[in-house]
Design a protein around this ligand. Structure first.
Ligand code: B12
Ligand code: SF4
Ligand code: SF4
Length: 388
């Protein structure tokens, strides 16, 4: 039998380690597994193929595939900063709050690893506790909802009355039962539809259902290729992730501050969107060492920067974009630089687009030539290349 104080001690230790909350759920089939299957069947995972493998699906449906004899799932919430620095956003474009500081995966490793140790050696000696956060084949929101950390909002994120939604999730799978769960959080979205209404790409296709292929977070972080042209303008100046559906949520008005200073946004003094375009692969890795932004990769991030500059439409950005279109080693970056120039040039005299003409005629990549052609059409130039 489990000592009745074990769960309370785990919760206390979790809070001491810097988590805002910790709750636990009993293991039995999760409603979320069916929702997950339906989401995959509709193709809403886009290019995130690792989510759809047979192994990933089986593990999500059955956590005993992760830890045989698992009896409890302890779910924790780690708050990141709820604030944005507007002057920084002006310089760098908008970065999702969770990603503006150090990589939370490293913090989870430290804190959850320590909590797992505590469970195995002190709270439940001889037990096994495995920790997960984000990258594991586990339905994190579904378990957190079951554990009573909060409810699933219409934007599909987990939120709570006391924490809002600016927090990340982590879990411990434990092979021992814990005492009765704490009461569940009541669903409090009511008739509100603010998150659906604000989403600029209409990615929340129905309450609780996000089509990742349209979500700015997916397009700027996980998506590896060209950003669909019809979605580019709606991305605005988000260069990594998107927070709009959470910003619109009334429950975030009183969200707490991050307790761990490593989750506060980095200043990146001296950097601007235009200067990001000078980053080569090594410089990118150095600048974003320990930051979630590395996930997008150098080419993906610079692609996003071009889209943001195109959407801002400022003439002062043109030299940086022209340099990128002429000389960037990545066709992906050149293609989006061409698009961005097409968004900026309409306010310029037509003869000021030689770089686009050159790219349309001579770039080795067909995609870049096509983007340059489209951009030139937008700026009203003839498609005649003889003047290059
Ligand atoms: C793939 C993924 C993405 C994809 C797809 C997101 C999505 N909504 O499915 C993309 C790249 C778009 C993404 C974006 C973001 N993500 Co993400 N992502 C994941 C990941 C790896 C898997 C999510 C998944 O399985 N999606 C498939 C859907 C079907 O499952 P689900 O998200 O669990 O969805 C729940 C609801 O859809 C619900 N549901 C479905 N139908 C119905 C119907 C009803 C009636 C109800 C009540 C519920 C319901 O059921 C599911 C739970 O059981 C998880 C980590 C993990 N291993 O779980 C992180 C995770 C969900 N992401 C997270 C974060 C922070 C984000 C962003 C906020 C980052 C940002 N600022 O840019 C955005 C938010 C976008 C959004 N509105 O969801 C956090 C969420 C924390 C929280 N408080 O909820 C997680 C848990 C990572 C972590 N460890 O903290 N993400
Ligand atoms: S993160 Fe942005 S794009 Fe994605 S669902 Fe929310 S508001 Fe829409
Ligand atoms: S914005 Fe409204 S509908 Fe969306 S999650 Fe928040 S309370 Fe729920």
């Amino acid at each position: 039998m489990v000592a009745p104080t074990a769960a309370a001690r785990i919760r206390q230790r979790a809070v001491a380690l810097g988590f805002e909350d910790a709750r636990w759920a009993t293991v039995s089939p999760l409603e979320g597994a069916e929702r997950y299957e339906a989401w995959l069947a509709a193709g809403m995972h886009g290019g995130m193929d690792w989510l759809a493998t047979a192994e990933a699906r089986e593990r999500r449906a059955d956590p005993t595939r992760l830890l045989r004899d698992v009896r409890s799932v302890v779910c924790v919430a780690l708050c990141h900063s709820p604030r944005r620095d507007e002057s920084r956003d002006l310089r760098l474009g908008r970065i999702a709050r969770y990603a503006a500081g150090d990589d939370y995966h490293a913090l989870m490793k430290e804190k959850l690893g320590s909590l797992a140790d505590f469970v195995e050696h002190e709270a439940l000696p001889g037990s096994r506790a495995l920790w997960y956060s984000d990258t594991g084949a586990i339905l994190e929101r579904g378990w957190a909802e079951r554990a009573g950390l909060g409810w699933i909002g219409k934007h599909s994120g987990l939120l709570s009355q006391t924490l809002g939604s600016w927090f990340l999730l982590g879990e411990l799978l434990v092979d021992r039962p814990l005492e009765a769960d704490l009461p569940l959080a009541r669903e409090r979205c009511g008739a509100c539809t603010r998150c659906l209404d604000i989403c600029p790409t209409r990615a929340i296709v129905a309450p609780y259902r996000v089509d990742a292929r349209r979500c700015i977070s997916y397009l700027t972080i996980e998506h590896r290729g060209v950003i669909p042209r019809e979605l580019r303008s709606a991305i605005g100046d988000w260069v990594f992730g998107c927070d709009l559906c959470q910003e619109a949520c009334p429950w975030n008005r009183f969200a707490p501050e991050a307790r761990d200073a490593r989750l506060q946004g980095r200043a990146l003094d001296g950097w601007t969107l235009e200067r990001f375009l000078t980053l080569d692969a090594d410089a990118f890795d150095r600048l974003f060492a320990g930051s979630p932004i590395r996930r997008a990769g150098r080419d993906g991030f610079l692609r996003n920067v071009c889209v943001a500059l195109g959407n801002r439409g400022e003439r002062a950005s043109r030299p940086a974009l022209e340099r990128a279109l002429r000389a960037d080693p990545s066709w992906l970056v050149r293609a989006h630089a061409a698009w961005a120039l097409g968004e900026i040039l309409p306010v310029e005299p037509p003869e000021s687009s030689p770089v686009l003409l050159e790219a349309r005629a001579f770039d080795v990549s067909e995609t870049v030539r096509e983007e340059a052609d489209q951009a030139l059409k937008r700026v009203g130039r003839s498609t005649d290349t003889s003047r290059v």
